[in-house]
Design a binder for this molecule. Structure first.
Ligand SMILES: C[S@@+](CC[C@H](N)C(=O)[O-])C[C@H]1O[C@@H](n2cnc3c(N)ncnc32)[C@H](O)[C@@H]1O
Length: 281
């Protein structure tokens, strides 16, 4: 396999709208519509133990920065890891960029609840256009498509955004093995073998962009199954109790389509690598 054409990092997103909806307003008459992603702590296959190791690994990088340290979270969603890093490394400050107003609001609310509002900014911005100061820790978890259409360009953008001696934590898809045509056809729309590379090629791409890989790891099956189940669970519970809601047919269709793509398509072929990268001088 050669270069990645940069498929969506979140296969769920490639199915179209979230299974919970994000439906057109007319599809949700009132506040009793399907919930959205309330069953997830992270918007990706990230377990608690792995997140704790990242905090242990990255907080000292912030603590060593003369200005207290800066975090930049590209495609932050609600920025759970950024908030945990800020909590572990005061007085570090963080900026999360995303386009999703609901997720950004969730991030701001979580920051307020943890006493971090003064050090955490959640900014509605297109990361391809946003021009931010380089940071000591740059997070890009499942969101490299927020920077560029292909991985090499996204890595170049990350390289430009990290301070010397800093770290980039990249969460990026790769093929666990060569996908079969049937598996591709059952996955996200237009899934292709060129959507990802294997893990070795992914790391080589990061090295070619001017990084050295400090740590290479990938999501395990439990993290994946927890993520996919958590992605669907709140909406499944809602559907079970609202079978006659006007949104129920479309919601049922979205859930069934997503579950089929996961279980028949990408469950055993798609990996997510987590690369802790240091910029080469
Ligand atoms: C799979 S989610 C990951 C969220 C977060 N990094 C996490 O791990 O919880 C990908 C995120 O990228 C965001 N995104 C996609 N394109 C973007 C862009 N051009 N600028 C900023 N954010 C973008 C989406 O809104 C979404 O929140």
């Amino acid at each position: 396999m050669t270069s990645s054409a940069h498929a969506p990092q979140d296969p769920a997103a490639a199915q179209g709208p979230d299974p919970s909806g994000d439906p057109a307003p007319a599809d949700v008459p009132g506040a009793d519509g399907p919930p959205r992603l309330t069953g997830l702590v992270f918007h990706g296959p990230i377990g608690e133990a792995r997140a704790a190791r990242w905090v242990d690994r990255l907080a000292p990088v912030l603590a060593a920065a003369p200005d207290g340290g800066r975090v930049l979270d590209i495609g932050c969603g609600w920025g759970e890891l950024m908030l945990r890093l800020l909590a572990a490394a005061p007085p570090a400050r963080g900026t999360g960029l995303d386009l999703n107003t609901e997720d950004l609001a969730r991030g701001r609310a979580n920051a307020a609840a943890r006493g971090l509002s003064a050090r955490a900014d959640f900014v509605e911005a297109d990361a391809t256009k946003a021009d931010h100061e380089p940071a000591d820790v740059v997070l890009c978890l499942g969101a490299s498509q927020a920077l560029a259409d292909n991985l090499a360009e996204a890595l170049a953008a990350l390289r430009a955004r990290v301070r010397p001696g800093g770290r980039v934590l990249l969460g990026e898809g790769f093929w666990e093995r060569e996908p079969t045509p049937a598996e591709l056809a059952a996955s996200w729309p237009d899934a292709a073998a060129t959507d990802h590379t294997d893990l070795a090629t992914l790391v080589d791409t990061a090295v070619a962009a001017g990084f050295r890989p400090v740590w290479v790891e990938s999501a395990d099956r439990t993290e994946w199954d927890d993520f996919e189940s958590g992605y669907l669970a709140d909406t499944e519970l809602w559907l079970a109790t609202h079978p006659n809601h006007p949104s129920a047919p479309a919601t049922r269709d979205r859930l069934d389509t997503h579950r089929s793509a996961w279980l028949r398509g990408y469950r055993t072929i798609l990996g997510i690598a987590y690369l802790t990268l240091v910029p080469s001088l």
